[in-house]
Design a protein around this ligand. Structure first.
Ligand SMILES: Cc1cc2nc3c(=O)[nH]c(=O)nc-3n(C[C@H](O)[C@H](O)[C@H](O)COP(=O)(O)OP(=O)(O)OC[C@H]3O[C@@H](n4cnc5c(N)ncnc54)[C@H](O)[C@@H]3O)c2cc1C
Length: 390
């Protein structure tokens, strides 16, 4: 059986049947998740984003990209397989930029599934879409970084063991060289974490989005990740491939919503026949099929180009806003076909619907990605080269 088929079988057999219990996010759900993680680890379905030499079961970027379509079908699956955001991205940058000591102290605990982490970049007081204006500072004082500032939307910070914070360390440098990334233990004195409910959902542990305040938080100078002033460069390394993984997981969500829509359309009768015979519903199914397949092919094209060493900046931005639109549209159509049921917690669609809204905002709002695409293409025309996707 291929790795992809193995993950699919595990999800269908062990996760889907208990999805409603997991969605309650109570003590029972936590115990269930612990059991599922132990079973997945024992089956070797574990940390597929990382290579075996650091404890993962990964087979490379392209294979992992494809796997995400399976893992994305059910929200909880990424946590069960220990490749949940933001730990997967943090694991990747610790692997790429961490010292041996960082890997031993921080990466190992992530890969083993003993600890979680958060990524602390966005701030409530300035634009996250234009992060050159971030205000949190870190100043070297007697062998320690002293960090001050206020972040929010640090996903998964509740109960995490450590975070990676973006802070201004080089205030006089040019805008994209002002920031560095620093590893901060969550129990450092002066650090406070408070979940911020979104769309009425507080979350628990891994699913929280937290405000994190840093008041004279001191960490050793060695906690710097990569070089001074390299914060943006590291963030780009993380975000490019990370966006492919996000979109592949969204494909899993789209595909599942599409399947639920088709089944419901065949089963549910109204006005003398199944919903499947109403032309509006048929149009939704045809349009969704075309849009999902377009997303899939665009994403695989971007993934292949990255795998071949291209930066694929236009392709990545293009799928980021296009796939977010398709994700919202397909889930919305599926909810509509389900009627009131689609809004209840008796259908996975309500949770999927709420989750999908953030896709237009995190890792860069739609408008910024549209700006990147059009600027690059127009620049190529201005340079006299024109633009082609080949
Ligand atoms: C579910 C979720 C999880 C997240 N997890 C994390 C995390 O773990 N760590 C972290 O650091 N951050 C995280 N974020 C934050 C996310 O990265 C930011 O919200 C995002 O970068 C946008 O920043 P902002 O919210 O400050 O919006 P702003 O920068 O204030 O932008 C607001 C709006 O302005 C518009 N806009 C901005 N620029 C342009 C432009 N050039 N042209 C046209 N319109 C424009 C867009 O419509 C945009 O939505 C998360 C966000 C969400 C929703």
């Amino acid at each position: 059986m291929s790795a992809r088929a193995q993950y699919r079988a595990f999800i269908d057999e062990h996760i889907v049947p208990v999805e409603d219990r997991l969605s309650r996010e109570d003590d029972d759900a936590e115990a269930l998740l612990r059991d599922l993680r132990a079973r997945a680890k024992a089956d070797g379905l574990w940390a597929p984003h990382l290579p075996p030499e650091v404890g993962g079961s990964g087979e490379g970027f392209l294979a992992y990209a494809g796997l995400n379509e399976e893992i994305g079908r059910v929200t909880w699956a990424q946590y069960v397989f220990n490749c949940q955001a933001p730990d997967a991205g943090n694991g990747e940058i610790l692997h790429l930029f961490g010292t041996d000591e960082h890997k031993e102290r921080w990466l190992k605990s992530l890969v083993d599934g003993e600890a979680r982490s958060f990524f602390s970049m966005t701030e409530p007081d300035v634009s996250g879409a234009d992060p050159t204006g971030l205000q949190t500072t870190a100043v070297l004082e007697g062998g320690d970084w002293v960090i001050n500032g206020r972040k929010w939307f640090s996903s998964g910070a509740e109960g995490a063991a450590f975070g990676i914070v973006m802070a201004v360390t080089e205030p006089d440098a040019e805008p994209r060289r002002r920031m560095s990334q620093i590893i901060v233990p969550a129990d450092a004195p002066g650090l406070a974490i408070e979940p911020v409910p979104i769309l009425g959902h507080r979350g628990r542990g891994w699913t929280t989005h937290c405000e994190v305040t840093y008041a004279d938080v001191r960490v050793p100078a060695e906690n710097l990740l990569g070089d001074r002033g390299a914060g943006f460069l590291i963030a780009q390394k993380r975000l490019g491939p990370g966006r492919i993984h996000h979109v592949m997981r969204w494909l899993g969500q789209m595909q599942r919503a599409f399947e639920l829509m088709c089944r419901r359309a065949l089963e549910r009768e109204a006005f003398g026949g199944p919903l499947a015979e109403k032309q509006t519903v048929q149009n939704w199914i045809a349009d969704s099929a075309a849009e999902i397949q377009a997303c899939r092919l665009l994403t695989l094209d971007a993934a292949r180009k990255i795998d071949e060493g291209e930066d694929a900046r236009v392709e990545i931005s293009l799928i980021k806003f296009y796939a977010a639109d398709v994700l919202s549209r397909v889930i919305d159509r599926a909810v509509q076909v389900h009627g009131a049921l689609g809004l209840t917690d008796r259908s996975p669609l309500s949770h999927m619907y709420a989750q999908a809204r953030g896709a237009h905002i995190y890792d860069g709002p739609d408008e910024v990605h549209r700006m990147v695409v059009s600027r690059r293409i127009l620049q190529a025309f201005a340079d006299g080269d024109g633009w082609s996707f080949s």
